[in-house]
Design a protein around this ligand. Structure first.
Ligand code: DGY
Length: 327
């Protein structure tokens, strides 16, 4: 029916996503897609969004006030990421544009990865593998590739949201770690008691942690939250793990601290200016580097896309999206 077709909302999918999710969207919308992994620039995005009602994005598309002003037909911005530092939510709200992210579905998968990165860093797994592959392994050695323990050590969590708490549970219940944390607000007393969690200010956390895991959202208040002064407070035997956003850590300061062995190691899944990686980090052996894959199990990436698609359907049919971000 042409009349009905004419009224179908138009949706742009700004990233290559799973074909089955695009097919689901096509049941409800006129869908156009950007089908490669090469991100669109803001100007290209603006051009593709003309006449569109909704857009499906990831954590990489810059949805700022300029773009929103240049796309007056846009009513919904739905992201498959939990982090939404790429979206100006107040600017969208001011224009009546519904914004959603994709929390919850990636919590356990991301916590698994954060823990894996911590273990790989503490036990020097990638460094040891590179040593072996390079043919350097000639004999067993009493302290060769010896690292730090996970079990019984002190886990420090910076950012005690869903993912921080999921990592904390793994450490406390699975590995007998003691738990210290810092967050904008304290956990309820019963949650602290269940984890044996000790709340500290940021300097206190940095001094106490054997393994510090960063899981805070990125924004103006967390930009370079960890720089040279903060790294200087950490134990020389400590490791730093970042599965949040690169901008939370001053990568130049971190590369220097690693090179000078002022901390023992780092495990990084995110970088300032990624996919570029600070050259200093590529030069030091005591860092485990992964390409922003903490939520990348296949089932979880599919669930993230499906949640973003549900949000789009709700937003464009006048319902409240399950995980809207507008106040
Ligand atoms: C997220 O969901 O925020 C991940 O970092 C992927 O962008």
């Amino acid at each position: 029916d042409d009349t009905l077709n004419a009224r179908r909302p138009r949706v742009f999918v700004a990233r290559r996503i799973f074909p089955e999710v695009v097919a689901q969207l096509r049941e409800h919308f006129d869908v156009s897609t950007h089908d490669t992994d090469e991100p669109l620039s803001r100007d290209e995005l603006i051009a593709r969004l003309q006449g569109c009602d909704g857009v499906f994005v990831a954590g990489t598309e810059p949805i700022d006030a300029t773009l929103l002003a240049a796309c007056p037909t846009l009513r919904a911005v739905c992201s498959m990421a939990v982090g939404y530092n790429n979206i100006d939510v107040p600017a969208a709200t001011a224009r009546g544009v519904v914004v959603s992210n994709a929390p919850g579905v990636l919590t356990e998968t991301t916590a698994d990865f954060g823990f894996a990165l911590m273990m790989a860093t503490a036990r020097r797994i990638t460094e040891a593998e590179q040593y072996l592959r390079a043919g350097h392994w000639k004999q067993w050695s009493v302290d060769g590739m010896a690292g730090a323990d996970i079990h019984g050590s002190t886990l420090g969590i910076l950012g005690m949201g869903r993912i921080g708490q999921a990592i904390a549970r793994r450490g406390v219940h699975g590995f007998g770690m003691s738990l210290v944390y810092h967050n904008r607000s304290r956990l309820p007393a019963e949650d602290e008691a269940a984890l044996g969690a000790r709340y500290l200010d940021l300097p206190g956390l940095l001094k106490a942690a054997d393994h510090l895991v960063i899981v805070v959202p990125y924004g103006p208040t967390s930009h370079h939250l960890i720089g040279a002064a903060e790294l200087a407070l950490m134990k020389p035997s400590a490791t730093l793990i970042n599965v949040a956003r690169g901008g939370v850590v001053d990568d130049a300061a971190l590369a220097q601290a690693l090179a000078e062995r002022r901390i023992a190691g780092a495990g990084l899944d995110v970088f300032e200016g990624e996919p570029a990686v600070h050259p200093g980090l590529l030069e030091v052996p005591n860092v485990v580097l992964t390409p922003h894959i903490a939520s990348a199990s296949l089932p979880t990436r599919l669930a993230m896309c499906q949640l973003a698609a549900s949000n789009l359907r709700a937003a464009l049919t006048g319902q409240a999206p399950p995980t809207a971000l507008n106040p």
